[in-house]
Design a binder for this molecule. Sequence first.
Ligand code: ADP
Ligand code: MG
Length: 619
Amino acid sequence: MPLIPINMREGTLARSDDVIVGIDLGTTNSLVAYIKDGKPYCIRDAAGKHALVPSIVHFTPDGQMLVGDAAREKLVSDPANTIYSVKRLMGKSYRDVADIQDFFGYQILDDNTESLVKIRVRDRFFTPIELSAEILRALKQRAERELGRAITKAVITVPAYFNDNQRQATRDAGRLAGLDVLRIVNEPTAAALAYGIGLDPTHSETIAVYDLGGGTFDISILKIHQGIFEVLSTHGDTFLGGDDFDRLLAQLLLQKAGFTADVVLSDKAIGQAIRLQAERVKKALSSSEVVDTEVLGKTVRVQREEFEQQIEPLIQRTLECCASALRDARLQPADIEKVVLVGGSTRVPIIKRRVAEFFGRTPFDSLDPDEVVALGAAVQADILAGNQRDLLLLDVTPLSLGIETLGGLMDVIIPRNSKIPIRASRQYTTSVDGQKNLKIAVYQGERDLVQHNRKLGEFILSGIPPMPAGLPKIEVVFLINADGILTVRARELRSGIEQQIEIRPAYGLTEEEMARMLMDSITHAAEDMQVRALQEARNEAQTLLLAGEKFLQQNDLSLSEIEKSTIRSLLTSLQEAAKGEDKDCIQTAIQALNDYTTPLAHRAMDAVIQEAMRGKKIS
Ligand code: ADP
Ligand code: MG
């Protein structure tokens, strides 16, 4: 428990002066920021120059670890022991990354396909969490050096499409680095906050965040209202970014110098060196129209326009993603009120121009695009520290969450777009006499039948004491914490037995899948409603059939033969109807059975009461 200082003179709680830092844990570069003199500020290196820490970890031959710029230098000379892009592996199993294995210059372990990946460095094995923790530790130290005190609390950003596994892995990395991760925040949300967007709770708006980094492209459409940042849609390409620009420019440079690009680039070390050089040229071209450079001993001149031509197809691809994201959010470019540029690659002038053209408005670009996410994380940290009183930033659930009930129906417990954190509960009961176990299967999605939704996990509530069907009271509680991680708990209230799980879906949901699930629920709404109505009628029939059998057994003596045979034939008709597809037919059979048995049940009940009354006459 943290100690809370009390101001003895005034008798008030003194505000804790713990600094909470904001961290952008990027694929290519990471940064740490905090609120300095009321404004977010990215902490620089010891020389006071660079804010970016390359997200790279190098293992020296004597087993030491280097992080950041020092590790980056080893990319060329010792690629096997230099780990980059570890963010791509967070929360992933080997199966998830099998297709992209060639992308990595280091060794990914593949002995157990289901478990989380490990990375082999000489004789040692590391999880992506451990390696990310190294990067976080370097950032933590940087902040401690700047502030002259221990830093133990942080807000860390992740891409909006990160699933529970990936978020949890990020949180674990923080813990491993000695940081209490107070909140995991979406990168586009942080970028918006850095510009002060969303800080006015009375104002609502729809914005686009275009994030082109080193290796990935993300476009997110956010709706912000009353401090709630709702991700309407996201799209992107996990293999499109500044690295691709470097590769294309390296080819152009080699071509101009008279080399066969493929031959030169096939040598790993030389290829890497040329790519690093291409990156320098690329950056220079962001501010100059022409750049001269030396390629393997030959002087080469590149015009900005030539570079722009090279990357044109890639720019086109990012814009197609923007169009898809808008389509998913069912919006037009004109509906977007603000556009925010994020990521070092948005410094390329033609990118800015093309994004501006696409959305028909000038994007926000006054802040350094590789710093905005970290700056926004610092703003969020400050809000959490209670320094901006009236603000409460919330996220929402993108899809409904619920459990499977009788007949494969989806019973929603937390509807989509609910603000998180949230707790919701519902009571259920058993459908069979003496039922000891109950399966709780958790689903995500908008369709009426669980088979069309996505299963997140299941567990069995076992040890329910034997009771007639319908008597046990089973409370199912859904709890989503501030990071969006769901815990499901089931409890039989009479006996107190309880079971719970934390949902960590093994495979994440891409934004496309999410959008598709939403669209499907709309296109199939009418059909789903019929299916649900039919299933509900069948469920009711099932309950009645059981009750009818029981009634016959219990009242065998008091019912006449005609009554018994009539009930039997009504039960048979209902059974037949329930097998069919016609819900009205089932309903009619239910009605007929009910109409006939209700007076008989009353009669039986009266008899029981009379019996009971007789028993009471003790006199
Ligand atoms: P990530 O979010 O993937 O960690 P960043 O946002 O830090 O990545 O972006 C890194 C990319 O930005 C690199 O490809 C880098 O070359 C590119 N970049 C940085 N500065 C410039 C510049 N001035 N002009 C063009 N590209 C740049
Ligand atoms: Mg980034």
